[in-house]
Design a protein around this ligand. Structure first.
Ligand code: PDD
Length: 302
């Protein structure tokens, strides 16, 4: 059996099969059903690892360098040596996208501290596990641009290092599920009376026609979508402030958006039991969404 190596990049040998995606595991491209890891992988026993979710439009990667920089920052924060160079990451991700059939893909990648007997201490042998898979990048449902989505506020009970994109997502999973169980699409999290982000998204509000998003801090993930929206707002001379959002600001906002690589920019039109922005995506959302779609269009056709 071939010994997996996290630094080896093999030429993909598996033919595309729309029924079975090809995944990447420790330098090998394998049919999903052929990819196996040990039950002693620390990702499994401790949630000891980090991840990224990167969209590709018409097989062109969306803000790859930003994602790789954030991955590197997460790995540094959890003291796992980055197993691949930026160039190796790019090559292996691009190969994976090429092999898989869909034009628009969502690439999930994760790096764990590897396989070792269960012990909280870091293992002596440092052999991180690198896994990547892709799935179709679904367009946000068309009705969202007509009706928006609903959200509820929940107490942010996560740890204090939310800037690290860790695979230990149990708190986020529970918060998002609580929102879903209460008939809402997303939970907007409150930390000491301030809204920080969603369970799986960043947060923007519009107040006095000015776009506001909380500044980067350990209370929230530095979202790649968030950064692009900030960039567009600066280019297009929107009024923009990176400042804290109190619960009162949130409840009285003209518009509320939650953003992520998968949701793009979702307008929140109902928060708890309150209708926001007359129950429809607001004018600022329409303007930003147009600019965001035109960024995506350029990426597709570049
Ligand atoms: N999550 N904040 C949290 C807690 C998130 O989980 C995410 C995205 C974001 C937005 O980050 P970005 O714009 O880089 O996607 C903010 C991904 C999509 C996920 O876990 O599937």
């Amino acid at each position: 059996m071939k010994k997996p190596s996290s630094t080896l990049i093999n030429e993909p040998t598996t033919k595309p099969n729309p029924d079975e995606p090809v995944v990447y595991l420790n330098g090998e491209y394998l049919a999903l059903s052929q990819a196996h890891i040990s039950v002693l992988d620390r990702g499994f026993t401790f949630g000891d690892g980090v991840y990224e979710v990167i969209p590709a439009y018409s097989k062109n990667l969306f803000r790859l360098q930003h994602h790789l920089q954030r991955l590197d920052a997460s790995l540094t924060a959890v003291k796992i040596k980055n197993p691949l160079s930026a160039k190796q990451w790019q090559q292996s991700i691009e190969q994976l996208i090429d092999i898989n059939a869909y034009n628009d893909q969502s690439i999930y990648l994760q790096v764990t501290r590897g396989v070792a007997p269960r012990d909280h201490r870091f293992p002596h042998q440092k052999n991180p596990t690198v896994f990547m898979m892709t799935s179709p990048q679904e367009k946000p449902a068309a009705e969202i641009s007509i009706t928006g989505i609903s959200a509820i506020t929940l107490n942010d009970n996560r740890w204090k290092n939310c800037h690290i994109k860790t695979i230990s997502l149990l708190a986020n999973v529970l918060l998002r599920q609580e929102a879903l169980d209460k008939g809402a699409e997303e939970a907007i999290l409150l930390s000491d009376g301030y809204a920080t982000e969603g369970a799986a998204s960043n947060l923007f509000i519009v107040q006095n026609d000015c776009l506001i998003t909380p500044p980067k801090s350990p209370l929230l993930l530095p979202g790649i979508t968030r950064d692009l929206i900030v960039e567009i707002a600066q280019q297009q001379k929107f009024c923009l402030k990176e400042q804290t959002i109190s619960e009162t600001d949130l409840l009285n906002a003209q518009e509320i958006w939650v953003t992520s690589s998968t949701k793009e920019i979702a307008p929140v039109t109902k928060l708890n039991d309150k209708i926001i922005s007359n129950g429809k995506p607001g004018p600022h959302w329409h303007k930003m969404m147009q600019a965001y779609q035109s960024y995506k269009h350029k990426l597709r056709t570049h």
